[in-house]
Design a binder for this molecule. Structure first.
Ligand SMILES: [Zn+2]
Length: 330
């Protein structure tokens, strides 16, 4: 199958086998201001074909000889999986856009669509840290905070495809405005941009010398990875920023633990790469806030798929939808 990861500025596509192994991939910049139909029939379809050609040339197979059975695509936003429609995507400013149908027509392949982090959750269930677990929660900490929930061996989609949107749990009622319109979602408080804003505030207050050095003297250029480097080098200010972000995520994790008591909680995404810097305060805060589950009884551990998560997750969606994997989708 081909897994497609469509983000706000870039599209990645990979040919992936039934064991979740990437055979070849391709990618391209996209201009999200273009009409959706042009993005899908143009950039996305071209990138899918390029990935198939790359897989054929890598394997030494002749053109047309790799038998792709379908295409899975993860997309940020509220996705109607059954109808293949993007109901709302703040990243693209799309509302009620048909995504699967035009792509399916263009490629001559079945196309399956799901929210990107819900796809990632499927990928972790089949090929990653969720393997063997009947229930787990997934939080992907990056530019936003995406989520996914598997309960009783099934991905929770909910009545309005919003089940598992863990990044939009309120953790600070008076907190900053979130992209979703609410105030104080964990995404608004602890995602990558929130960590960058906190670092910039430290620099502006004269406490961010180590942070400024990491950013090469330009506060506008600072990244979450640089804040993590400063924290790892022992900078107290950077450590405090990660601790506050982890505590906010821990409040959301406690809410999830109290609601569904999962076997394990997975933390992924680019900011999640910070590892123990983030995991330790998440575990401590979750234990403080969730008293109905014994402290430490629910492992909070890194997700396993790393930067391949989007592609492998989208492939898992296609493989499952084609009946090639045990069903996690209802
Ligand atoms: Zn929100």
């Amino acid at each position: 199958v081909v897994g497609v990861d469509l983000g706000g500025s870039h599209v990645y596509a990979a040919v992936i086998d039934a064991k979740g192994v990437i055979l070849a991939q391709a990618d391209a910049d996209i201009d999200r201001a273009r009409p959706p139909e042009q993005i899908l029939r143009g950039d996305v379809a071209v990138t899918v074909r390029a990935a198939i050609v790359a897989a054929e040339s890598r394997s030494g197979a002749s053109p047309g000889s790799i038998a792709v059975k379908g295409v899975g695509m993860g997309l940020p936003g509220n996705i109607d999986r059954v109808r293949g429609i993007c109901r709302f995507s703040p990243n693209f400013h799309w509302r009620d856009v048909a995504v699967a149908a035009p792509l399916q027509e263009e490629l001559g392949q079945p196309v399956f669509l799901l929210n990107d982090v819900r796809s990632h959750t499927l990928g972790e269930r089949h090929f990653g840290a969720g393997r063997g677990h009947q229930s787990f929660a997934m939080l992907a900490i990056g530019t936003g905070i995406g989520g996914g929930l598997v309960i009783g061996g099934r991905l929770i989609e909910g009545a309005h495809s919003a089940g598992g949107e863990l990044g939009h749990i309120t953790v600070d009622p008076l907190g900053p405005r979130c992209g979703c319109g609410n105030d104080g979602c964990v995404e608004a408080v602890a995602s990558g941009p929130a960590i960058v804003r906190a670092a910039q505030a430290s620099i502006a207050a004269g406490r961010g010398g180590a942070l400024l050095a990491q950013a090469g003297g330009d506060p506008g250029a600072i990244t979450p990875a640089q804040v993590a480097s400063a924290a790892e080098a022992g900078d107290a200010e950077a450590l405090a920023i990660f601790t506050r972000a982890g505590e906010a995520i821990g409040i959301a994790v406690a809410a999830v633990m109290t609601t569904v008591d999962p076997e394990v909680v997975l933390i992924g995404g680019g900011v999640g790469q910070a590892g123990e810097l983030l995991l330790r305060p998440i575990r401590e805060e979750a234990a403080r806030r969730c008293r109905m589950v014994p402290a430490g009884a629910t492992p909070v551990i890194p997700a396993a798929l790393g930067e391949k998560a989007g592609l492998v997750g989208a492939a898992a969606l296609a493989l499952e939808s084609l009946g090639l994997l045990d069903p996690v989708l209802v």
